[in-house]
Write a protein that binds this ligand. Structure first.
Ligand code: G3H
Ligand code: 13P
Ligand code: ZN
Length: 334
């Protein structure tokens, strides 16, 4: 048993309480490799932001859970080396699907876990989430639950259509499970294809597609039922069109990739939404930079020569999110 506190990591409790009070959201960025992690840590240090490092089931399979845990421990030391006196870094399991997976992460030093029972019948979701909470809280590890179903793919669970969170269920769910935060469904979804073009209208100024708004009325109703309770938004990549255009210009083929407008996320961040999950935008930033190098310098074969620019592009994107979208910059204790 390794406690995350010994690794210099923190849980989400205080971080979320401050974020709700301060009207900003904590960035939760997924990582699968060293370059993503370096870019996240550099961006968080440069902007003086707390940050959540997320590990999905896919990441655990790709990069190995043990290695990722040591990388997160290394991230704390790296942040200090970069000049951050008191880094606030959470190591979080994203979309945990079983009690055993959550327990295994808690036992090896994760400071926060998500148990995603959103696809289960309500009572089963309650029972599973409570079981994880009861275990996690013994070690002061915080737990995120989920109510409502997001469209798109969440690891192996895929849903064609979303089901908004039912505000009538949230009090019962939060009380009976004891979870520390709640992911809700208000129209976001995973991946780079969040809306069909026919759902969107064209912005006359930019000529770009604008998706329908998120269901803020559902968020408002949830906040009314659970005042001050930490709310999480998954599927919150904006799918920057500049990156999509770069990818397509240099041989990619992303058609009608559409994300959540940043103004909507900015609005959500000012409310009880205190954790915003972003993964796809990092994939796009990385792929765009790599494709550019491959197209412009076809003789290059040193991975550092294309992973380096990819890392720089991701760092720029992370900093932009922190400063201009989530507002978590400057929120670290000096
Ligand atoms: O929830 C979805 C995240 O983007 C993780 O994706 O399962 O492909 O690592 P992944
Ligand atoms: P995106 O696919 O919109 O980046 O969502 C990521 C996510 O929700 C991870 O849990
Ligand atoms: Zn998610």
């Amino acid at each position: 048993m390794i406690n995350y506190k010994d690794l210099g990591l923190v849980n989400t409790r205080e971080m979320f309480a401050k974020a709700i009070k301060g009207g900003y959201a904590i960035p939760a960025f997924n990582f699968n490799n060293m370059e993503q992690l370096q870019a996240i840590v550099k961006a968080a240090v440069e902007t003086k932001s707390p940050v959540i490092l997320q590990v999905s089931k896919g990441a655990r399979q790709y990069a190995n859970q043990t290695l990722l845990r040591y990388m997160a421990e290394g991230a704390v030391e790296y942040a200090k080396e970069l000049g951050c006196k008191h880094p606030e870094i959470v190591l979080h399991l994203d979309h945990g699907d079983t009690f055993e997976t959550c327990k295994s992460c808690i036992d090896m030093g994760f400071s926060s876990v998500m148990i995603d029972g959103s696809h289960l019948p309500y009572e089963e979701n309650v029972a599973l989430t409570k079981k994880v909470v009861d275990y996690a809280h013994q070690f002061d590890v915080t737990v995120e639950g989920e109510l409502g179903v997001l469209a798109g793919v969440e690891d192996e669970v895929s849903a064609e259509h979303h089901t908004y969170t039912d505000p009538e269920e949230v009090i019962d769910f939060a009380t009976r499970t004891g979870c520390d935060s709640l992911a809700i469904s208000i129209g976001t979804s995973h991946g780079a294809y969040k809306f069909k073009p026919e759902q969107c209208h064209v912005d006359p100024k930019t000529g770009r597609l604008v998706p329908p708004p998120l269901a803020f009325e559902v968020l408002d109703a949830v906040m009314e039922k659970l005042p001050g309770f930490p709310i999480v938004l998954h599927g919150s990549s904006s799918v920057p069109q500049e990156e999509v255009e770069t990818i397509n210009k240099f041989g990619g083929k992303l058609e009608a990739a559409i994300g959540i407008p940043e103004e909507e996320l900015r609005k959500a961040a000012k409310s009880a939404v205190c954790k915003i999950n972003i993964d796809s935008d990092s994939r796009l930033a990385m792929t765009a930079a790599i494709r550019k190098v491959f197209a412009e310098k076809p003789a290059e074969f040193d991975p550092r020569k294309y992973l380096g620019p990819a890392r720089d592009n991701m760092e720029k994107m992370y900093m932009h999110k922190i400063i201009n979208v989530l507002g978590s910059d400057g929120k670290l204790a000096e």
